[in-house]
Design a protein around this ligand. Structure first.
Ligand code: SF4
Ligand code: F3S
Ligand code: FES
Length: 254
C-alpha cells in the first residue's frame, strides 16, 4: 500500500569484465523486478542492457538471476523481498555475457538443431493424425516450454562445467527428444534415427542424476524430470537389456 526505496545491486559489464553496481531505486505496489530494472534505465542507468519482450512470462526473454536464483525478471514480484533487503540481479551464469543482464544463449540453438525433427508416418497427411488423448496431453505439457533456458542455466552438469557443454544437451532438449520418442506417430526410425540411443550416446542423458533443479525453476511448471528425463532413462534401459526391442518395434510397424 505504499512506495519505498529499495537497495539493488545490478551486475554491469561485458564479456571481458564486470562488477556489481549499487542503486537506490523507488519500488511501488504490485511491481516486479523487471519494472525496477526499467526504472533504473529511465532514471539512473540509460545504457543498462536487459532483454525482454512480453512482460507476461510468455516470451522467455528476461531470464536472469535474482539473489542467485534463476528467474524470469517479469514474473518475480518485489513483494517477495523484505523492503530492507538488498536485491541482487545478475545475468544467467551458464551462458556468456553479452552486456549487463543480457547473455548469449546461442548454445541452446545449437543443441536444438542437433535433434532431428518429427517424422510423420508415411501416407498420413497433416489433419489425418489420430492419437489417444493421453498421448496428446503428454506432448502438450512439453509444448508449454517458452524456451527461457532457465533449466539449462541451473543444471549443475553444465552450470560450472564448460567442458560438459559439448556432450550434454541439457534438460530442455533431452525433454524434446523424450517428447518425440514417446510420440506414437513419430517415424524417425524409418530414417535410421534411434532417439533413445541418441539421447544416451550423443546427448548425454547419462550425465543427468535427477537432481530436479531444472523442474524447480521451470516457469511453466513442466515436470521435466518426472515426466521426461526419468521415463527416457527407463526407455534407454529397456533398450539396453533388449536390443531387439527397437528392431521389433520397427518390424511391427510395417
Ligand atoms: Fe524454460 Fe521450462 Fe522450457 Fe526449461 S522447460 S526452457 S525452464 S519453460
Ligand atoms: Fe540437470 Fe535436471 Fe537432470 S537439473 S541433473 S537435467 S534432473
Ligand atoms: Fe517475456 Fe519476461 S519479458 S517472459
Amino acid at each position: 500500500s505504499s512506495s519505498y526505496d529499495a537497495h539493488f545491486k545490478v551486475w554491469r559489464g561485458d564479456a571481458g569484465s564486470g562488477a556489481l553496481e549499487d542503486f537506490t531505486v523507488r519500488v511501488n505496489d504490485g511491481e516486479v523486478v523487471l519494472d525496477i530494472i526499467h526504472r533504473l534505465q529511465a532514471t539512473q542507468a540509460p545504457d543498462l542492457a536487459v532483454r525482454w519482450n512480453c512482460k507476461a512470462g510468455k516470451c522467455g526473454s528476461c531470464s536472469a538471476e535474482v539473489n542467485g536464483r534463476p528467474q524470469l525478471l517479469c514474473m518475480t514480484r518485489m513483494s517477495l523481498f523484505d523492503p530492507g533487503e538488498t536485491v541482487t540481479v545478475t545475468p544467467m551464469r551458464t551462458f556468456p555475457v553479452v552486456r549487463d543482464l543480457v547473455t548469449d544463449v546461442s548454445h541452446n540453438y545449437r543443441k536444438a538443431r542437433e535433434i532431428p525433427s518429427f517424422v510423420p508416418p508415411e501416407g498420413v497427411g497433416p489433419g489425418e493424425y489420430r492419437m489417444r488423448q493421453e498421448d496428446v496431453e503428454r506432448s502438450q505439457e512439453f509444448r508449454k516450454c517458452i524456451e527461457c533456458f532457465l533449466c539449462q542455466n541451473v543444471c549443475h552438469v553444465i552450470r560450472d562445467h564448460e567442458e560438459n557443454k559439448e556432450a550434454f544437451a541439457g534438460p530442455r532438449f533431452l525433454m524434446r527428444i523424450a517428447e518425440l520418442d514417446m510420440h506414437p506417430l513419430d517415424d524417425a526410425a524409418s530414417q535410421g534415427v534411434d532417439r533413445a540411443r541418441s539421447a544416451q550416446e550423443e546427448h548425454g542423458l547419462g550425465y543427468c542424476n535427477i537432481t530436479k533443479c531444472c523442474t524447480d525453476v521451470c516457469p511453466e511448471n513442466i515436470k521435466i524430470t518426472d515426466n521426461s528425463l526419468i521415463p527416457m532413462k527407463e526407455r534407454v534401459a529397456d533398450r539396453k537389456y533388449d536390443p531387439l526391442v527397437w528392431l521389433g518395434s520397427r518390424i511391427r510397424r510395417r
